[in-house]
Design a protein around this ligand. Structure first.
Ligand code: SF4
Ligand code: SF4
Length: 105
């Protein structure tokens, strides 16, 4: 287990599991405007890389803060009842997005 930290005004800490040796073939693409902040994807991720950001807001938003730990299993997308997570084959683009952008910025 490795601690990952993400900045969001205050620090968010997640417990991520082992990094995969190769990048996955697909990765989730979170759409914050569709997210209702239920947290189901956070629970579903076996790698522990998703957190809810904006917990002080009316509706928080899920974000993959540890994309390098993602194994592309799609459990987050399957768990989302709001269709706020779609899997994409543009893995590099998704990683770049998670590293440079966050909801509510
Ligand atoms: S695809 Fe799997 S490992 Fe990657 S964020 Fe979703 S649930 Fe976690
Ligand atoms: S399961 Fe969907 S609606 Fe719920 S927090 Fe995750 S992305 Fe948002």
């Amino acid at each position: 287990m490795t601690d990952i930290k993400a900045e969001e005004g205050k620090e968010v800490k997640v417990k991520a599991k082992k990094k995969p040796k190769k990048p996955p073939k697909q990765m989730p693409w979170f759409m914050p405007f569709m997210c209702d902040g239920c947290g189901d994807c956070v629970e579903a991720c076996p790698q522990g890389g998703i957190v809810l950001l904006g917990l002080d807001r009316k509706v928080p938003s899920a974000w993959l803060v540890a994309p390098e730990y993602c194994i592309g299993c799609a459990k987050c997308a399957d768990a989302c009842q709001s269709s706020a997570v779609q899997m994409t084959a543009y893995v590099e683009k998704a990683i770049e997005r998670y590293k440079t952008k966050k909801p509510f910025q």
